[in-house]
Design a protein around this ligand. Structure first.
Ligand code: NAD
Ligand code: AKB
Length: 316
């Protein structure tokens, strides 16, 4: 049985991944760690939960010894929009934090999962069917930290044999925990506003296509990759994974099938537009499919129907 530490456990991904891992490996075998202690009872009471600042290596080691941890899901990061407001701090958390985790993993023989992002690509990357191995010249501090994080994680695998693995997540859509300040957050906010006010002003213009994925697929991708047979992995850090690609108009059109009087308007945010325009329109995830059997279960229509239903219940 694995003993797992989830760093960044209270975030958009962590709050759902921690619960799913506890279902699979047992509650006592999955420790949540975060600087945020203001979390749901479900997260705090369904298994161990510790205050951990990713910059505090001593505390991470203490928790690793206490719970005999052998696998770390490192979800701590400042996302793209927040990162542009605090680039130096973003580097300290995203790369300083990752370096701390990798060093500890090397010493304590832990496997490490650290998500990368579509943000690791840049304006010179081929934007359509973006290949697994291609030009990566990101222009945001977030993207630079993601591209560097991929290389650093591969380096720890190649030089020290640390079992590092990762996926390049697209924008993630979920109803449980709000996103933490990214460029793709609009694709979550639109659902809240559709239910609450039947209107939404998109910060990204019509024609801005980005890869997206519904959270249950994202959670499965992380767990499946960490369970994959290492002999089949040609790549490690990091795999393109996607489930759908749309622009705000297409998403609004899908929402209108359920809420016919929903109205989409625009209030363009030039900072977000610049970031979004530097990212791919749609990625090719065939390597993930062939090397560890990746296949998303939710397309735009299934995701939209479930989001509106679950969020509708939550916001009642
Ligand atoms: P999030 O912002 O929702 O969560 C990050 C968590 O880290 C928060 O709970 C926060 O309290 C915690 N944290 C911040 N600073 C910390 C510190 N110093 N020590 C310990 N914890 C700290 O992020 P997320 O959306 O859950 O993303 C998780 C990972 O997935 C990140 O690496 C992100 O880049 C990546 N990713 C996310 C998306 C997405 O759409 N959500 C897409 C691509 C990649
Ligand atoms: C962001 O927009 O910053 C994240 C991501 C795609 O990495 N959601």
């Amino acid at each position: 049985m694995k003993n797992i530490l989830v760093l960044g456990a209270s975030g958009q991904i962590g709050s759902e991944l921690t619960g799913e891992l506890r279902k699979i490996y047992g509650s006592d075998h999955v420790v949540g760690g975060d600087i945020n202690l203001n979390v749901s009872c479900e997260l705090k009471e369904s298994g161990p939960y510790e205050y951990i600042d990713i910059r505090d290596g001593e505390k991470i080691v203490e928790v690793i010894k206490k719970y005999n941890i052998d696998t770390i899901y490192n979800l701590v990061a400042l996302l793209s929009a927040v990162g542009e407001q605090k680039p130096q701090f973003s580097w300290e958390i995203n790369i300083g934090g990752l370096m701390t985790v990798l060093e500890i993993a090397r010493e304590h023989k832990c496997a490490v999962f650290t998500p990368s992002s579509i943000g690791a690509f840049g304006p010179t990357t081929p934007p359509d069917h973006t290949p697994q191995d291609t030009i990566m010249r990101p222009t945001t501090i977030y993207g630079i930290s993601k591209a560097a994080g991929e290389l650093l994680s591969d380096y720890y695998y190649l030089k020290y044999g640390v079992d590092t693995r990762s996926v390049r997540y697209p924008g993630l859509i979920s109803y449980k925990t709000l996103p933490g300040g990214g460029t793709t957050d609009y694709a979550v906010e639109i659902f809240y506003e559709a239910i609450k006010t039947k209107k939404y002003k998109s910060p990204l213009p019509q024609g801005t296509f980005l890869d997206m994925m519904y959270m249950p697929d994202a959670i499965r991708a992380a767990i499946d990759l960490m369970e994959a047979d290492p002999a089949r992995l040609v790549h490690r850090n990091s795999f393109n994974v996607t489930a759908m690609s749309f622009d705000p108009e297409i998403l609004a059109g899908e929402i209108k099938k359920h809420i016919p009087d929903f109205v989409l308007g625009y209030e363009i945010n030039p900072v977000l537009v610049k970031i979004a325009n530097s990212w791919p329109n749609s990625m090719d995830d065939s390597c993930a499919r062939s090397e560890w059997g990746w296949k998303p279960q939710y397309d735009l229509s299934a995701m939209t129907a479930e989001m509106l239903e679950r969020l509708g219940e939550k916001l009642k």
